[in-house]
Design a binder for this molecule. Structure first.
Ligand code: FES
Length: 97
């Protein structure tokens, strides 16, 4: 199960393997901020509060855009982070501003 928490909307999805967090949020009408979809603006940044290991490894764009400490804390870019596993994942939209 994947729980997505946008600005005001929270949705639980059965699964979303192979899709990015942002793809899933848009498809399921979660109000998730974004702009570039290329991993540079960080408007889509989110905190993975559960199931970080269910996501594919950070992309080069995430490694460039996010600080190592942020990655360690579980921050990812929604437009880059692909769901890989079926285990529970909780993603909370948390842009810088
Ligand atoms: S939408 Fe710009 S970094 Fe994800």
């Amino acid at each position: 199960m994947i729980e997505l928490k946008g600005r005001n909307v929270t949705k639980s999805l059965e699964n979303g393997q192979g899709k990015t967090i942002l793809d899933l949020a848009l498809k399921h009408e979660v109000d998730w901020g974004f702009s570039c979809t290329r991993g540079t603006c960080a408007r889509c940044r989110c905190l993975i509060t559960e199931g970080l290991d269910q996501l594919a490894k950070p992309t080069d764009e995430e490694l460039d855009r996010l600080e190592p400490e942020e990655l360690e804390q579980g921050f990812r870019l929604g437009c880059q982070a692909i769901v890989k596993g079926t285990g529970p994942v909780t993603a909370v939209w948390k842009p810088y501003f």
